[in-house]
Design a protein around this ligand. Structure first.
Ligand SMILES: Cc1ncc(COP(=O)(O)O)c(C=O)c1O
Length: 438
């Protein structure tokens, strides 16, 4: 029996109790349940790196605006389905200030988080053109989005971009898009789970392919401006958040309040539909709805049917946060840089004890330090590593749940507490010693 920080027998029993045929396929919720149960049973502190939940306080400017809106009576009134005019204007201005692209206020639509934004975007894009009924995932990606596809009964295809960064991306995209069945493609940038950032060249390739095959790009900016290698937090000044919008008009951007403003609890974000796409009609939409354009169907048919708009007070909060950021009075990027500092320390500890960073490069440049990073251990599959680390009180999710073909884990920095760096080091020392005796 191994000498591990979490009692070996207890951990074995608890894990087996979940009856998972492949531990690497455990969902985030299952990993949370197992680690919490073990923590309670064995009274051993866990280093939780499985959940992608913001670990910082919500932006004050948002909370104050929301309280004010509630006190002024926002709660009793249905919000305008198009979105609060102030929010639409401020979203358009924020996009100009930090991405340097022009999206009219009309196309900036509040949603109950990017979760709803992607759901509605998948749904509408899949209804536009008969025969274009499949969503392409540029993976690794956020597992819940595939769940959305399953809920809708849609089809998807996917590939791991690890093997085809740079120029190679064109050939791979060509092979998928040329079949003619792809309605839209999605990726997150910075990437959840791997934290790589697609380069300008890669975004240009995606944009050009979208134009060539008339495919809609859903660009998920859940980690807006969080490529901390660049100073992206100065409004109306370069450098700007990278985007495919510089290379195509066929885009929908998802901008979330959850991570950039630590506002996840209020479920608020904005879908920004390009001016051209907003006004474009499609045969499939006309047939199904009797008329409408991508933008009007998105809002007046789909969002109306899904939730009849977005929480009224949260819209005031997001409007205030966008405004303060664009005015330069709220440096939201500095606030979230804490995740980058944590990642740098954690990555050093893991690599000191023999781990590797799985997705480590953006072509020739090392990836940024941020919300997530990926780790592997020589000779171990992601599933084995995930299970093994449980015995050391370290929980993370396997990359196999994210559409990645690589062996390793996604680690999230958001729940790390100051005293846990020393704890991690202590645990990994034992891990390494135990591996050496294997
Ligand atoms: C890539 C990605 N997209 C979307 C979301 C969900 O964002 P929201 O809270 O705005 O629904 C997350 C949250 O973890 C994410 O990582």
């Amino acid at each position: 029996m191994k000498n591990t920080p979490v009692d070996y027998q207890t951990a074995r029993k608890v894990i087996e109790g979940y009856g998972l045929p492949d531990f690497g396929k455990a969902t985030i919720r299952e990993v949370v349940a197992i680690s919490n149960q073990l923590e309670q049973l064995t009274k051993t502190e866990f280093i939780h790196m499985e959940m992608g939940v913001p670990g910082l306080p919500a932006a004050k400017v948002g909370v104050e605006a929301e309280i004010k809106a509630l006190q002024a009576g926002a709660a009793s009134i249905y919000p305008n389905i198009n979105g609060l005019p102030e929010l639409k204007e401020e979203a358009s201005r924020f996009i100009k200030a930090f991405i340097n692209i022009d999206v009219a206020a009309e196309g900036c639509v509040p949603v109950t988080g990017s979760m709803q934004g992607t759901y509605a975007s998948f749904l509408v894009s899949g209804q536009c053109t008969p025969g274009k009924d499949t969503i392409l995932f540029i993976d690794p990606g956020f597992p819940v989005q595939k769940q959305q596809i399953a809920v809708m009964g849609y089809k998807y295809e996917s590939f791991d971009v690890y093997e085809c960064r740079g120029k190679k991306l064109r050939e791979v995209l060509e092979s998928y898009l040329s079949k003619g069945n792809i309605a839209s493609m999605i990726y997150s940038n910075p990437n959840n789970p791997a934290w790589f950032c697609l380069t300008e060249e890669e975004l240009q390739i995606i944009g050009e392919m979208a134009n060539k095959y008339d495919v809609i790009v859903i660009e998920d900016l859940a980690y807006f401006a969080m490529d901390f290698r660049k100073p992206l937090g100065v409004p109306f000044e370069a450098p700007y958040q990278a985007t495919v919008a510089r290379y195509t008009d066929n885009y929908v951007l998802q901008i979330s309040g959850s991570k950039a403003f630590s506002y996840a609890g209020q479920r608020i974000g904005v879908t920004a539909i390009s001016n051209k796409l907003y006004h474009r009609s499609y045969p499939g939409l006309t047939q199904r709805y009797g008329g409408g354009t991508f933008g009007t169907v998105y809002i007046h048919r789909v969002l109306y049917a899904l939730s009849s708009g977005t929480s009224h007070s949260a819209q005031y909060a997001l409007a205030a946060m966008f405004k303060a950021a664009s005015d330069g009075s709220f440096d939201f990027v500095s606030d979230v840089k804490e995740y980058g500092r944590r990642a740098a320390k954690l990555k050093k500890i893991f690599t000191d004890y023999g781990f590797t960073i799985v997705y480590d490069q953006d072509l020739s440049e090392p990836i940024a330090d941020g919300f997530y990073f990926t780790i592997g251990y020589p000779g171990m599959t992601g599933s084995e590593l995930m299970e093994e680390l449980m015995f050391y009180g370290i929980s993370a999710i396997s990359l196999s749940t994210t559409g990645s073909n690589q062996q390793g884990l996604r680690a999230c920095t958001s729940f790390i507490k100051d005293h846990q760096y020393a704890l991690l080091e202590e645990r990994l020392k034992i891990f390494k010693a135990n591996r050496a005796h294997n």
